[in-house]
Design a binder for this molecule. Structure first.
Ligand code: GDP
Length: 211
């Protein structure tokens, strides 16, 4: 349970809960998804945006998201369990440079299958490289989430690649982007190697997963 002291929220128990994440299953069809109970948060993003790095930084296990990068697993919806009731989900990365139309359609079907029917889904973390924000894929994905009334928290990743002031102005501009409107979208800066923004993300996950 998140407690708030005079110095702000106590994230130590939240970080500990997130670090208990263990790989459960890589699912290729809905029948392989864990039962639709408890609470889930899903991570999404274009390939190379920094999704695995964000997952590793947040869940604290270097090997965790590597699991979902092993050949064969990149097309799967990967579930990680924190406990009996809470899960973090790694959605397949989208926008492979070399993806065929058939592969893209398969990606869309898998992701729609998951997003559209998942009642335990509390929110999505969408990872975008802050130097390449709101790609067509991102906008398509955000529109889909908007239609389903899903909450989305956008990580503008690789913030260390820009100066502080440019990163800040990118964040402010992103907040004004039409695709980020609608009240269910929040944004923050993030850097995996600098661990910048990890606590803000943990706080967000704590709210969604009731940690
Ligand atoms: P994914 O395909 O979205 O899972 O992306 P990865 O997490 O594998 O990251 C893709 C590349 O970007 C790798 O070379 C990472 O080391 C690098 N990367 C990821 N996050 C960051 C970040 O916050 N800062 C910097 N400088 N590099 C990053």
């Amino acid at each position: 349970m998140l407690t708030v002291g005079p110095d702000g929220p106590d994230l130590v128990p939240v970080a500990a809960a997130l670090q208990r994440a263990r790989f459960l299953v890589g699912a290729r069809k809905a029948a392989q998804f864990p039962p639709d109970q408890g609470s889930e948060v899903a991570f999404a993003g274009r390939s190379n945006a920094g999704k695995s790095s964000a997952l590793n930084a947040t869940l604290g296990l270097r090997s965790l998201a590597r699991t979902s990068k092993t050949p064969g697993r990149t097309r799967e919806v990967n579930f990680f369990g924190l406990d009996e009731k809470r899960r973090v989900v790694d959605l397949p990365g989208y926008g492979y440079a070399r993806a065929s139309d058939a592969e893209r359609r398969r990606w869309e079907r898998t992701v729609e299958l998951y997003l559209d029917g998942r009642r335990c889904l509390r929110g999505i973390v969408l990872v975008m490289d802050l130097r390449h924000t709101f790609t067509d894929f991102d906008q398509q994905f955000l529109a889909f989430c908007h239609d389903l009334q899903l909450s989305v928290h956008i990580l503008l990743s690789k913030a260390d690649k820009l100066s502080k002031s440019r990163a800040k102005s990118t964040l402010l501009a992103a907040r004004q982007h039409p695709a980020a409107g609608g009240g269910r979208v929040s944004l923050q800066l993030f850097s995996a190697p600098k661990r910048y923004g990890v606590e803000a993300l943990q706080l967000h996950l704590a709210g969604w997963l009731d940690l």
